[in-house]
Design a protein around this ligand. Sequence first.
Ligand SMILES: [Zn+2]
Ligand SMILES: [Zn+2]
Length: 147
Amino acid sequence: MSEKRLQAAISTLKESGVRITPQRHAVLEYLLNAMVHPTADDIYKALEGKFPNMSVATVYNNLRVLREIGLVRELTYGDSSSRFDCNTSDHYHIICDSCGKIVDFHYPPLDEVESLAEQVTGFEVSHHRMEVYGKCEDCQKTATQKH
Ligand SMILES: [Zn+2]
Ligand SMILES: [Zn+2]
């Protein structure tokens, strides 16, 4: 499954005329296999053993290229650490208050919210973001173990 997605992503890169460097390939592969939403730092830490010459800046640079051609989505949360998501289909996120983990879930896109917002405010709506917060299963377990 992820091998197929990797091949599809690589052909998108080729079609966009983006050079596929070994590092870019590795960043993409990591993102596709990591079903989490890593930060650039997470990706850097995971790959630095394989690419000792790679810097965090290189990782950012690669992520920017992948974002520009639409293979990766950047999620900003008002702090310095953007999360990167290679699931570019419509989906929503639930975020753990304790450990910060972000998990995908599917829900019919809330198109009505967009059209209502447009009508009420006169904005031209581009997109919306909805996040649900709570405590993940792992953190629930750790909490009960402590008691
Ligand atoms: Zn958690
Ligand atoms: Zn996601």
